[in-house]
Structure formats: C-alpha cells, structure tokens
Design a protein around this ligand. Structure first.
Ligand code: GDG
Length: 511
C-alpha cells in the first residue's frame, strides 16, 4: 500500500479499537493484531512514522493490565513478524521490525458501559441508521440522561485528555485523526487544551439530516454537534452525509453555513465537511484470495453450491438490524414463489457474524432471522436441498472464498456508511458476480452504476432485482464487474487516508 512519507507534523490517532490487543494463555501474555481494512490502513501509516502514536481503549482485561503497568503512558509494540511489546520493562528494548506507539486508555467499567452499550450502541447507531420506529422507540428517561453525563461525556473527556497529553508531548502541534461515533465530544476538548492542533474527525456511519437528530434531546444533540465542530475537517464517506452535517449545523445550531462549499463558520474558524469514501486494500485481498485456506474453501463451496448450472447468492454481514437481513430473505422467498423454476437451482449463502449480542435489539434480531430462514427453507426445500444456508461464523477466509465465486452479492442495508463487503467482492469475484446494492449504502454512490439497485423496504422490488441479476447475460455481468473492480482498485484505502492527510497538511500550511 502507498504511504505518505512526510507529514511535517507528528501524528496522533484515536479509535475505540486499537491496532493490537493483549490476552493471556498458558504461555503468558499474548499480543494480537487488530483485523480489518481500517486498522491495517492506519497501522501501515503509524508503523511508518516515528513520531506517531495511537490512542485507543483497553479492550481486554490484559490490555488494562498492560496500560496500568505502563502507568498510562504510550508503549511501543512491534507488529511484524511476531507482535510483541518492545520495552525494557517487558522484554526486548529495540524493535527489529515495524512498530507502533500505542496508548491504551482505561476508564471506569460502569462509565464505559454507559458510553458504549447505551449511547454509542444502540442510541447513536440507531439514530444515525434510522432504525427507530419512533411510535414506540426510543424511550429516553433519566437513566439515558445520566448515562450520557456519566458515561459518554466522562469517557470522551478521558480519551480527549490522553490525546491532548500526546499532542503536548509533541510540542503542542500535531495532526490528529479521530475515528467514529464514539468520540463526538473529543475534538472540542482537545482544541481547548491544544489550540494549534489540526484535526479531522472521520465518521464511519451515515450522517442523517436535522429531523432525524431531533429524536435526541436538544441539549444532547447540540453538545454532540458542537463537540464535532472542534475539528478542522469532519469527514464522511459520501457527499450526502457531508451535506446533512452542514444542514444540521445550520438548522440545529443556527450557525452560518455554505452548502455548496460544505463549510460552517464557528467563531473565527471555518470547519469543513468533506467526503472521503473508505475502501479496501486490493493487494492484501489478492494475497488472501491466493492462499491455500481460501482455495480449500472455494473447492468446498463449489462442490456444495455450484454443480451443473446452479447459482449462488451471497450475503456477508454482522447481525446488525441496519443490514436488513430479514427483508432480504423475505425478498428471496418472493423470488422463489414467483419463479418456481429457480427452486433447487439458486442457493442463498448467508455468512453472518454475531454482533453486540448484549444489546436486546440485536439478540431479538438474530431470533427473527432464524425464524424467517426456517420458514423459507421449510417451504422451498427440493430434493434435500435447502435454499438458504445460514452460517453464524467469524471466518474471513471463508468469506473471501464465497466472495470470489458468488453470482450475486446482496447488500440491502437500511443504511450503511459505506459497506466494504461490496468493494471486496468487486475486487475478488471471478465469476461475473453482480452487486445487488441498496441505494442507501454509501457504496452505492461509487458502485451504483455497475450494480443492480435495491430499495431496502420494497420486497417486490428486491425480488425483481434479484431476478434481473440472476438472469443477466454473462458478458454484461463481467463488463459491470470489471468496471466496479477498476473503480475500487483506483480508489483504495491508501487513497482514502492520503486524501485526508493532504487536506490536513494544506490546512496546517504545508501544502
Ligand atoms: C462499519 C460501517 C463502513 C466479513 N466476514 C468476516 C469479516 N468480514 C469483514 C468484511 C468487511 C468487514 O468485515 C465489514 O465491513 P462493512 O463495511 O461491510 O460493515 P461494518 O462492520 O458495519 O463497518 C460500514 C465500515 O465501518 C468502514 O468505515 O463501511 O458502513 O457500518 O471487511 O469482509 N471479518 C472478520 N471475520 C469474518 O468472518 N474478522
């Protein structure tokens, strides 16, 4: 992946999940590298820059133990080939491979629970994905108000203090990259302590318009917005989200805005809303696709799903209500009802990763998914073949294998910041796979013209779109896939990061 060689200023990153996590087994302390495109992209950058530090939450008990032993200071962690701590107190003193400075923040467990399991998920997640039915939810009581003050605010302050501490340790001026909906109050606190920072807050999930935000009490939504406006740049995946943010600043805070320039005036500062569509690392995906593990999975999946002229539909999602799994299966049921010739010919493989099962809405959603799958399988099983193969698994090589051989990828999210699965399939599919893509997934802004568009609430429309995708001439399928792959390969995750850093350096006066 391409790297930025010179930033001219030190770099401070903040995300809830960090680049490494510690655990303990029989042999003692173990270190695991974080997975996923975002962590790899940021880790690639942080490994490359000597004066970078990554502030993150202590996610495990062992993380908290390590953080306490380091008395809250940053630690050097070698990431390759074998991840381990590099510190005279813990073993090696000098890294002999890429390493990252990591500062893990430990907060009071009760405050963290209010911050994470009440405000970040579900409340902010539900507001921003439009998941509340509104006639009966949300119900905000004193408990939610308390959880905001004693959880979200307290934890945000603790992380902001850690970021500010690292900025001060670097002379008070640094490029700061904050990630996601957990930390809307951080930018303002950091700027108060370090007025010379140059700061981007990137929001990975959709940003809805002002009326959606009116679900939250006025003082809370105003504090969230004001917190974010401590940034120089607030980054989103799409232009639509960036516009919505500017609209919110104008309507909910009464600030002067320019919708064409996507800017907001805050006192004597200009805050820019920008869009940087996140992407994948195509080279890493190519390597994964070529691995023995993936090849073995491909052979198994072909044997199960693709003998003779059979076809495979696929979805890969966390079991999150925003992913709209239940309606996706209802649409598949409609497809089979209206096109009985497809029964026994088309399978739908769903690889679902259980997610946030401590949140009641998520646990209930898994039960609903199980119910609808049972119903469709009972109705349309033919010669022992069940039409839906539902697997609750965490297995990335299996997902990549399925990406490479599916005929149709289904992404019918109610709302999705971007959706990386669609981009991954565009890169690794070798079968002329058709993207069936929700118009409300961020990825639709870039890939919609190569996809079959889904309307996530319209079961009949989705069933018709599935039929169009399954019966599309092969040549057309390959043409669309090649165009989608080209778009993703030329707009990879390195570019996502590079564009943000270029803008920050410009704001800091270096470019
Ligand atoms: C949020 C936003 C935005 C798949 N199976 C496994 C596995 N995966 C990988 C996928 C993909 C990732 O997980 C899921 O990313 P998505 O983007 O599709 O969705 P969210 O998790 O909701 O991500 C989203 C994203 O942040 C980035 O900004 O695009 O809109 O909601 O890469 O291939 N990963 C592991 N095991 C699996 O079995 N570890």
């Amino acid at each position: 992946m391409a790297h930025i060689d010179v930033l001219d200023l030190p770099l401070v990153l903040l995300s809830n999940r960090g680049p490494v996590s510690f655990d303990r087994d029989a042999s003692g302390r173990t270190v695991n590298r974080g997975a996923g495109g975002l962590v790899s992209a940021l880790a690639g950058l942080a490994e490359h820059l000597e004066d970078a530090v990554w502030v993150c939450g202590a996610a495990t008990e062992e993380d908290a133990a390590v953080a306490r032993e380091a008395t809250g200071q940053a630690l050097l962690v070698q990431t390759h080939p074998i991840p381990h701590l590099v510190d005279p107190r813990f073993g090696d003193a000098v890294p002999d491979g890429p390493a990252i400075k990591v500062r893990m923040v430990v907060t009071d467990p009760a405050a963290y629970a209010d911050f994470y399991s009440i405000w970040s998920n579900p409340i902010l997640w539900f507001v921003q994905h439009g998941l509340y039915g509104r006639s009966l939810s949300p119900v905000l009581t004193q408990a939610e108000h308390d959880a905001f003050e004693n959880g979200y605010v307290v934890v945000n302050r603790a992380y902001a203090d850690a970021v500010a501490d690292e900025v001060r340790a670097r002379g008070g001026k640094a490029l700061v990259l904050l990630q996601d909906y957990h930390f809307y109050l951080v930018a303002e606190h950091v700027r108060q302590q370090c007025p010379d920072v140059v700061l981007t807050h990137f929001v990975h999930i959709p940003w809805p318009g002002p009326d959606e935000w009116r679900v939250l009490p006025a003082d809370i939504r105003e504090r969230l917005l004001t917190g974010l406006l401590g940034s120089d740049v607030v980054g989103f995946h799409t232009r639509r989200y960036a516009r919505n943010f500017v609209l919110c600043a104008g309507e909910l805070l009464g600030l002067p805005t320019d919708l064409d320039a996507l800017t907001i005036t805050v006192g004597d500062r200009t805050v820019r809303a920008r869009y940087y569509p996140i992407s994948v690392d195509p080279a890493a995906l190519d390597t994964t696709l070529a691995s023995e593990q993936v090849n073995a999975h491909v052979a198994m999946l072909r044997y199960i799903f693709l003998d003779e002229d059979r076809q495979l539909m696929l979805r890969v999602d966390r079991t999150d209500p925003s992913k709209n799994v239940v309606r996706g299966f209802l649409a598949f049921g409609t497809l089979l009802e209206q096109h009985p010739e497809l029964v026994g010919k088309v399978s739908f493989l769903a690889l679902l990763q259980p997610s946030r099962t401590d949140v009641p809405e998520y646990a209930d959603y898994i039960a609903l998914i199980g119910g609808v799958v049972a119903e469709i399988n009972a109705k349309y099983t033919k010669e022992g073949r069940q039409p839906i193969d539902l697997r609750m698994v965490e297995d990335f090589p299996l997902a990549v294998a399925a990406y490479s051989i599916c005929d149709v990828l289904v992404v019918n999210a109610i709302a999705d910041g971007m959706n990386l699965v669609a981009k991954e399939v565009a890169v690794v599919n070798r079968r002329g796979g058709v993207l069936a893509l929700s118009e409300t997934a961020g990825a639709h802004e870039e890939l919609g013209e190569f996809a079959v568009t889904l309307h996530p609430f319209d079961i009949q429309q989705m069933a018709d779109a599935f039929y169009t995708a399954l019966t599309m001439p092969l040549e057309e399928r390959h043409r669309r896939l090649a165009a989608a792959a080209e778009q993703v390969r030329t707009h990879d995750v390195a570019r996502w990061l590079g564009d943000q850093l270029t803008d920050l350096r410009r704001i800091a006066g270096f470019a």
